[in-house]
Design a protein around this ligand. Structure first.
Ligand code: AMP
Length: 605
């Protein structure tokens, strides 16, 4: 085998770099903290999302602070929009804010109230919780129960779905991004509806909805849709753990349209909207609105309300009457409190990207809304993650919700990849030797990506290769934007054929002609494994992945087995053994909850 590291092609000259610019923008000095976030978290998020570099300077101009943004023109625009979003949202919230002195007084007075075990000051973000509770109790008892009966169940299982065996259902879920579905707070799993595989399965009673889907030209339901539609059309509360891009909006939207039309009170007699969708940012609210506007059903109308723009226009649009309101939490409360928004008729509530809303500090606003709307409503929540804060929200405001988890496990994406698992010692030098052996066998055509768990490891591997005159390039979070772009161009152009990367830095990178993926460190979860492996073997080509698997990765063995088996790959005996031993260890730990848990120096192997 011929291995000679290919050198940078000098004749090609330098790569034409995209043009970089600098701009300045002013933000109110009192909001600098919001833009920077705790420990710089917000500014990091803005930089990651936009790709631009953001620097909050110490320079001020009156009550404004100057922020410098540099990068590509489009990235600068994204960063600027994100900053404006943050400052606008906060402005809305602060319209009615109490003076600081008054807030301090309240803190001292210890005027604390509890909502479902959640402790808050009487006035939190200017919400008078005692008044909210009093009003809510009154409504619960006197109004809502007698006002109307909410119709929630619109589902009739299609005979083809009824005919599916349990094994077929399980196989379908596994092959569709490994859908995991369960009731979060009870064990009534048997009553969970089977997924639908075709649009007709979900909407066979609603030909106009099918017609709308046909117009947009989608082929089949996305994984989250196939499981959500039967659940939501049956009137159940649902938590969708799914990322943007999975089709989650349509998952909650089409049942919402049917819900609106199916209520007993005719639409023109409702004095307010029926469906409320709450989203963390103006950007997301507008994105949802665009999606809503694609579907026309029985003349249903929608309105998007968010902070930072003229309230009056939104108020007059609300007055005209709409069926769906898509709102950011601040503006929603603002208009409701001012009496412009009748929420009595809302019977279907969606909290979109709940984790993000909580991260942005909207918990009081959300709780206020949820406390005020009809408690017999149907509630849907989506979230990319499932932290305790989101769980608490679900406990408080949902009724026996069904959680649908959709991983980014696209198993079909790895069918064209030969997946090899190499069991080895958990020692970076041992792994490095394995990598060097592989590199020695590389041919001119090969182009590989080597995944490391940590930046330090990526640096170590890169410098070890460089020391041996093996050309490689790397991307990880500590390299700045222009270095990352250069690395990407080097690997795309073929000037360099080895890219060392961490997961985070390589997210979103699309390099089509990779021949090999090497998992120098096994990924943190099985979704990431499938995602990494699926980077090769694209566009009709075949690829190969090699994963270095050590005793410290044993907790992944059980989940790895079905992935390999499903793709007809060889599973080393050691992987089966590890899976068994790990499960046995877990069972033992669970049976002895107070003994040995997390014991230092305990045997893990
Ligand atoms: P979302 O995850 O809701 O942001 O949706 C991402 C994109 O996927 C949107 O542009 C949708 O229009 C599109 N989409 C939704 N459902 C499907 C489907 N079943 N097939 C193909 N694309 C879809």
């Amino acid at each position: 085998m011929d291995y000679r590291p290919r050198r940078r092609n000098e004749n090609k000259g330098r790569y034409s770099k995209p043009s970089f610019e600098d701009i300045k923008m002013n933000i109110p000095t009192q909001l600098v903290g919001k833009v920077i976030g705790r420990g710089g978290s917000k500014i990091k998020e803005i930089q990651t999302e936009s790709g631009a570099r953001v620097n909050v300077t110490k320079d001020t101009d009156g009550d404004q602070t100057i922020v410098k943004i540099s990068g590509k023109k489009e990235d600068i625009k994204k960063a600027k929009d994100l900053i404006e979003l943050i400052t606008n949202e906060v402005e809305v919230l602060s319209i009615n804010s109490e003076p600081i002195e008054q807030q301090k007084e309240e803190e001292n007075s210890e005027d604390v109230v509890y909502i479902n075990g959640w402790k808050t000051k009487k006035y939190e973000n200017n919400i008078d919780w005692k008044a909210v509770f009093a009003e809510s109790d009154m409504r619960n008892r006197e109004e809502f129960d007698s006002m109307y009966i909410i119709v929630k169940n619109f589902y009739q299982e299609h005979p083809e779905v009824t005919a599916l065996t349990d094994e077929e259902v399980e196989q379908f879920r596994l092959q569709n991004n490994n859908i995991v579905v369960k009731r979060v707070f009870s064990n009534e799993n048997s009553a969970i509806k089977k997924p639908c595989m075709k649009f007709e399965h979900a909407f066979h009673q609603y030909p106009e909805i099918l017609e709308e889907i046909k117009k947009v030209g989608f082929e089949k339901p996305s994984p989250i849709q196939s499981q959500s539609w039967p659940v939501l059309l049956s009137g159940e509360d649902m938590i969708g753990i799914a990322q943007t891009g999975t089709g989650k909006t349509l998952a909650f939207l089409l049942p919402a349209l049917i819900h609106i039309e199916g209520q007993t009170i005719p639409r023109d007699q409702r004095k307010g909207p029926t469906v409320l969708i709450i989203a963390p940012t103006r950007e997301l609210a507008l994105q949802i609105e665009r999606e809503v506007n694609k579907y026309h059903y029985k003349g249903i109308t929608s309105l998007c309300i968010y902070g930072g723009v003229n309230r009056q226009l939104q108020i007059s649009a609300l007055k005209k009457g709409v069926d769906i309101v898509i709102a950011t939490p601040g503006r929603m409360n603002d208009l409701e409190e001012a009496g412009h928004f009748n929420i009595k008729y809302i019977t279907y509530v969606v909290l979109d990207e709940a984790d993000r809303m909580l991260d942005m500090g909207f918990e009081p606003q959300i709780r206020k809304i949820m406390y005020s709307v009809n408690p017999n409503r149907q509630t849907v929540m989506t979230s990319a993650t499932w932290p305790d804060s989101v769980r608490r929200l679900a406990t408080s405001y949902m009724r026996d919700p069904i959680q649908i988890y959709v991983g980014s496990l696209d198993l079909a994406a790895v069918h064209s990849v030969t997946q090899v698992i190499e069991i080895m010692e958990d020692d970076v030098e041992v792994k490095l030797n394995a990598l060097l052996d592989f590199v020695k066998g590389m041919t001119q055509k090969d182009k590989i990506i080597v995944f490391c768990g940590k930046k330090a490891c990526a640096d170590h591997v890169s410098s070890e290769l460089a020391l041996r005159y093996i050309y490689c390039t790397s991307i990880h979070g500590d390299r700045d934007q222009s270095d990352r772009e250069q690395a990407l161009q080097d690997i795309m152009s073929g000037d360099i054929s080895i890219l060392i990367a961490t997961d985070v830095a390589s997210r979103g990178l699309d390099i089509d002609d990779l021949t090999h993926v090497i998992n120098f460190d096994f990924p943190k979860n099985i979704e990431e494994y499938v995602h990494r492996v699926g980077r090769t073997g694209r566009a009709g080509k075949t690829g190969k992945s090699i994963s270095y698997f050590t005793k410290n990765d044993w907790h992944h063995a059980k989940e790895l087995i079905p992935i390999l088996e499903e793709a007809n790959q060889f599973v080393p005996d050691e992987i089966y053994n590890m899976a068994e031993r790990y499960e046995a260890m877990k069972a033992k730990r669970e049976s002895q909850p107070n003994r040995g848990r997390g014991g230092r120096g305990g045997r893990r192997w």
